[in-house]
Design a protein around this ligand. Sequence first.
Ligand SMILES: NC(=O)c1ccc[n+]([C@@H]2O[C@H](COP(=O)([O-])OP(=O)(O)OC[C@H]3O[C@@H](n4cnc5c(N)ncnc54)[C@H](O)[C@@H]3O)[C@@H](O)[C@H]2O)c1
Length: 282
Amino acid sequence: MYKAEKVAVIGAGFMGSSIALLCAQNGIDTINIDVSSEQLDNAQAMVARTLARLVEKEKISAQDSEDITARLAYSTKIADIGNADVVIEAVSEKIELKKKIMRQIEQFASEDAVVLSNTSGLSITDIVKDAARPERVMCAHFFSPPTIMKLIEVIRGEKTDDDTYEKTLAFAAQIGKEPVDAPELPGFIVNRLLVPMINDAAFLVMQGADKQNVDTAMKLGANHKMGPLELGDFIGLDVILAIMQTLHKGLKDDKYRPCPLIEHMVEAGKLGRKAKQGFYTY
Ligand SMILES: NC(=O)c1ccc[n+]([C@@H]2O[C@H](COP(=O)([O-])OP(=O)(O)OC[C@H]3O[C@@H](n4cnc5c(N)ncnc54)[C@H](O)[C@@H]3O)[C@@H](O)[C@H]2O)c1
């Protein structure tokens, strides 16, 4: 069975820092790279907090915490991806940036490294359009927070080869995840189904429904852990809006039109939990 021994994660934001921690927790030497040293400092602080909490709850020992920390390295230089077997890009969701990162990865990574993009909405085929080795690249869409959520949606690009695909499945298992194949279509599987539900919940509120009633009804009637509006606040309403725009544009179907209430809230900075104000106040 294929096993990655060294992983490089590019991007130390919300997702990248947590994916790096996940890899280190599964015994893999991991380097987390970002252009911003401030983001790298934040990532290290997040890791320290998370591990301290796990030790406190007796989920891991103090020695485990030290070992995990020792497996993690940080750098501002993409050249440091060096001999990584798997390179994961988790930089900001901008197509030109992702294309640039792909070129840099090809420049510095070993030729047979598996390259994974954590894009939530861009086409992997498009991201590697100008790449020299598109057969080594595919999409591995992690869910937030990656250390906890079991799923990785795996999406092959037009040119992804079988070896890359097989190694990606083995790598997903190595880090304790369950890969599910998804088509290269906007929103893949989960976002295509989940985000329009949140968008429709916002339409219900706009049309006069009480937000608390919408959430309570879905929790009690559909057995959801969180109501759709709470969930929208948790994910971030700017993220919800961006995904709806991608679905609307990509699938060319008006049933995916973003709810005007969400558009207004995003314009007003009411982005949900991270802004302390969304459908609810935090
Ligand atoms: N947030 C989520 O819930 C979620 C879930 C699944 C997938 N994603 C995807 O993961 C990716 C990252 O999202 P995020 O929420 O972590 O974003 P984020 O804004 O928290 O982090 C992005 C990071 O990329 C870094 N970056 C920008 N340019 C760079 C460069 N040239 N080289 C190295 N680093 C660079 C930034 O400094 C930042 O730290 C996006 O593609 C997003 O669509 C996000």
